[in-house]
Design a protein around this ligand. Structure first.
Ligand SMILES: *Cc1c(COP(=O)(O)O)cnc(C)c1O
Length: 364
């Protein structure tokens, strides 16, 4: 069978390895496996979420409220925007897909930093669009504007904080980039980890309210990270109503489940849980920084719930990641991004203790 030509160029997204795989392949008991690979909230999710999921267990036969009225109400209140400014996706991933399908074709290109979220490229390639990357993994104004002027991309991606590097771009810098781009190009500000950045340094806090005045900008957020709902698949895009209306044309009906919808509504209302998660995270993050200093390798200052360790030539990220995996510690090797580095989701104190111990043994 002949598939669409664009598929020849696409490498399947490699998700973080599941606990089940380590149990199967290395015979390690599930309770001894430490998964620090997918930037999930290690504490879990709001207790209110588990209880609404139980309450909704008898509603599996019913389609969810397709208007998602209550969830949009919670988000519009949180961000001080209108319901008409919001589109909900099965993860913000699905909103990225809507955006790509609404705007791209084989005559268009997209612009992103050298090392950033892998799905931008995959969705663009599905549409046959060309990928343009800046030289640096940081989002640098000069590099973005030069590439923008040369290639006139249809979409510019600003991932802040950035995954898989963990660095962030200041609000001032993001607004400078947006101002230098004309309204024929959509700027996507992906704030999947924004809750962590905003708590760390207000200069890096960017919200939908800062961007809603621009007709060519969309802000993306997700419940998968700080809100602890990775397994529920709920994200959102916030932009001017005219743009949201176009994206709606790409949306299948009932695109998140009845349980996901109920869970997201409950999670959105429990800001205390998010604040507590971030506080615990910040405490544990400092241990990862101290650990890197002791062993004299580099790390990228993190504005996210993970940290990226940068290794010297004498250490090989793939070897280290494999050895850790065999010991039941799942982290992310960044060799496929062209970096001799690993990305570790900051876990609970217990999980981090296990990581440090196993890492020490591996490099010994
Ligand atoms: C995790 C992540 C997303 C989206 O995750 P969903 O689970 O699909 O909401 C988007 N962008 C970045 C940079 C991410 O790390």
């Amino acid at each position: 069978m002949k598939f669409n030509k664009v598929l020849e160029n696409i490498k399947t997204y490699e998700a973080g390895k599941p606990i089940e795989l380590v149990v199967r392949e290395f015979g390690i008991a599930p309770e001894d496996v430490v998964k620090l690979a997918s930037n999930e909230n290690p504490i879990g999710t709001s207790p209110a979420v588990a209880s609404v999921i139980r309450e909704n267990a008898t509603k599996a036969h019913l389609y969810p409220d397709d208007s998602m009225f209550e969830l949009k109400a919670a988000l519009s209140q949180k961000f001080d925007v209108q319901d008409e400014n919001i589109i909900i996706g099965a993860g913000s991933d699905q909103v990225l897909e809507f955006i790509s399908r609404a705007l791209l074709n084989e005559n268009e290109s997209v612009l992103m930093s050298a090392v950033t979220f892998a799905m931008y490229e995959i969705y663009a390639k599905q549409m046959g669009a060309k990928i343009v990357r800046t030289p640096s993994w940081e989002h640098k104004f000069d590099e973005f504007i030069e590439a923008y002027r040369t290639h006139k991309p249809k979409i510019v991606y600003i991932c802040t904080p950035n995954n898989p590097t963990g660095d962030a771009t200041s609000k001032e810098e993001v607004l400078r980039i947006i101002e230098a781009i004309d309204p024929e190009t959509l700027v996507v500000v992906d704030g999947a980890y924004m809750e962590y950045a905003a708590a760390k340094d207000t200069d890096y806090a960017i919200g939908p309210k800062d961007l809603i005045g621009y007709e060519h900008v969309i802000y993306l957020g997700t419940f998968s990270k700080a809100y602890g709902l990775g397994g529920m698949r709920v994200g959102y895009g916030i932009a001017q109503a005219a743009l949201i209306q176009e994206l709606y044309k790409m949306r299948p009906p009932f695109n998140i489940t009845t349980l996901s919808l109920a869970a997201a509504i409950a999670a959105a209302k429990d800001e205390t849980f998010v604040a507590e998660s971030i506080r615990l995270h910040q405490e544990e993050l400092t241990r990862y920084e101290a650990f890197a200093k002791v062993y004299k390798f580099g790390y990228i200052k993190s504005y996210t719930n993970f940290i990226t360790y940068l290794f010297p030539k004498t250490m090989d990220s793939t070897q280290i990641a494999d050895a850790l995996l065999r010991r039941g510690v799942i982290i992310r090797d960044l060799a496929s991004y062209g970096m001799n580095a690993i990305r570790i989701t900051v876990g609970t104190k217990r999980q981090n203790d296990i990581f440090f111990k196993q890492f020490e043994e591996v490099i010994a």
